[in-house]
Design a protein around this ligand. Structure first.
Ligand SMILES: [Zn+2]
Ligand SMILES: [Zn+2]
Length: 106
């Protein structure tokens, strides 16, 4: 009578691959003091729980690090100079600059 397959294919959304480590982990976290390479932690009572995402302060530190060590291939800013838009106004750090900064661990 019924002739459908026993196992339906698993939706791809349920089989997410391993998360890629956030590149901000290459710098020390000024907020929770996570060492370079370690995940950020948050304190709940006495336990330290690993955070999935870096602390905001670490993202800022990572942006500063990228700005300090890498040239930006998008807006051509030299190391130490902030990213800017084509019209010269300040811009957030470009993704390409983060790419350049990867592997320049502190
Ligand atoms: Zn942190
Ligand atoms: Zn830039």
């Amino acid at each position: 009578m019924t002739d459908r397959p026993r196992s339906a294919p698993m939706p791809a959304s349920l089989r997410a691959g391993r998360p890629v480590p956030h590149p901000a982990r290459t710098v020390r976290c000024p907020h929770c003091a996570a060492a370079p390479g370690d995940r950020c932690t948050t304190r709940t009572g006495r336990t330290r729980i690993q955070r999935l995402d870096p602390c905001d302060a670490r993202l800022t530190a990572w942006a500063d690090h990228a700005t300090a060590v890498a040239c930006c291939t998008t807006c051509q800013s030299a190391p130490g100079y902030d990213c800017h838009h084509p019209d010269g106004t300040p811009a957030p750090v470009h993704d390409s600059r983060y790419d350049e900064a990867k592997g320049t661990a502190a």
